[in-house]
Design a protein around this ligand. Structure first.
Ligand code: GLY
Length: 369
């Protein structure tokens, strides 16, 4: 089973090819895109050890030479120093305006490599070959690229759409269960924000999907990408609807900042906890029934995921401290926090009309348990 999702942006349209073995298409797809017969790959050391030979083999089979820069794995790679290193390396490889840069890795590599491609010679084309579930369903699609600042996550960046996304679902089998489930947090997000039937399906099929059912994996990645493509087509630069994709992220970014963007909390884990908190906040504000946050939490629990703030190990700031960290979020508009809340599962909306007292109470209750 495989699928293609088309992202129909004027002048910047591209395909997302999803399925087991799509990596094998990288050679002829990239060769057909023109440019020099030399491809520069940005990747990380972990991905390179597992999959770089396979990628370079298929490029070679299509008559392309390639060179790879192996960056350190982990969120701290999304920084000025590694961006500078990547851009200077691409220049040393003599990448020209018509060439293709390949981002081969998870969300960190995709964001960093995409940003390097966006600013190199005022923009070169790049192909995303996402290797994590999180990158396959979210970060490799839609053109958000960038790095983190000491002031906050993803505060430096550009919109730069890839020219092709190859989501090879076979690569997911090398993820640790923790990384896989972190990515699943973003999959659940799509059901919660706009497709109640998809959430129903995840409740039924999520455990099989986690165990490795390939058809279920392809279906989940495809539905997620289709939903993201629909939203990005409506609102590429997040003037409106695209913010729906940030369901759970206002809470998540505060928790990530509080844990120092460390292994204590992976981004997708923060998204899952953040989604549960967003539904809890929605219920407290009378927007949805208490059944909705209970269902969200039950499903995350069934999947063996982090559900509550208390599932994060170590010390955290108090509720006021977390609210303060939320104020650093990009989604602050005119000094007011913007939240994605829900009228029910599959029915999210964007609002700045959220009393801080209620947010504080939700956080305080979550911290105390
Ligand atoms: N990850 C959210 C977005 O791409 O807009």
């Amino acid at each position: 089973m495989s699928a293609t999702v088309h992202v129909d942006l004027p002048g910047r349209a591209y395909d997302i090819m999803i399925g087991p073995g799509t990596l094998g298409q990288a050679g002829h797809k990239i060769a057909a895109m023109g440019g020099r017969r030399h491809v520069c790959i940005l990747t990380d050391k972990n991905v390179a050890a597992l999959h770089l030979d396979a990628l370079q083999d298929v490029l070679r089979d299509a008559g392309l030479t390639s060179e790879a820069l192996l960056l350190p794995a982990g969120e701290s790679t999304k920084c000025w120093a590694q961006l500078e290193r990547s851009v200077e390396w691409l220049l040393s490889q003599k990448v020209e305006r018509g060439d293709i840069v390949v981002a081969f890795g998870g969300g960190v590599i995709g964001d960093l490599a995409g940003f390097a491609a966006a600013i190199l010679r005022r923009g070169v084309r790049f192909v995303q070959i996402p290797t994590s579930l999180l990158a396959q369903v979210d970060s490799s699609v839609g053109g958000k690229t960038g790095i983190n600042s000491p002031s906050g996550k993803n505060l430096i960046g550009a919109f730069h759409q890839p020219s092709l996304v190859l989501a090879d679902t076979n690569l997911l089998s090398t993820l640790t269960p923790r990384d896989f489930l972190a990515g699943y947090g973003e999959v659940v997000k799509y059901g919660l924000l706009g497709d109640a039937a998809f959430f129903d399906w995840l409740e039924a099929e999520g455990p099989a999907l986690a165990r490795g059912d390939m058809d279920a994996r392809v279906r989940a990645v495809t539905r997620s990408c289709q939903m993201k493509a629909d939203i990005v087509q409506r609102d590429e630069t997040e003037q409106g609807d695209r913010a729906l994709l940030n369901l759970g992220h206002t809470f998540c970014h505060a928790l990530e900042a509080a844990t120092g963007y460390s292994d204590r909390l992976l981004h997708g884990e923060g998204v899952a906890i953040g989604c549960a908190l967003a539904f809890e906040l929605s219920a407290r504000m009378g927007l949805c029934s208490q059944e909705s946050p209970s269902r969200v939490r039950a499903h995350l629990r069934d999947m063996g995921m982090k559900v509550d703030i208390r599932d994060i190990t170590g010390d955290l700031p108090d509720a006021a401290g977390l609210l303060d960290l939320m104020g650093q979020d990009k989604k602050v508009l005119d000094g007011k926090l913007r939240f994605i809340l829900a009228r029910g599962i599959g029915d999210a909306f964007i609002t700045s009309d959220v009393p801080s007292d209620t947010v504080l109470k939700v956080l305080d209750d979550a911290l105390k348990g």
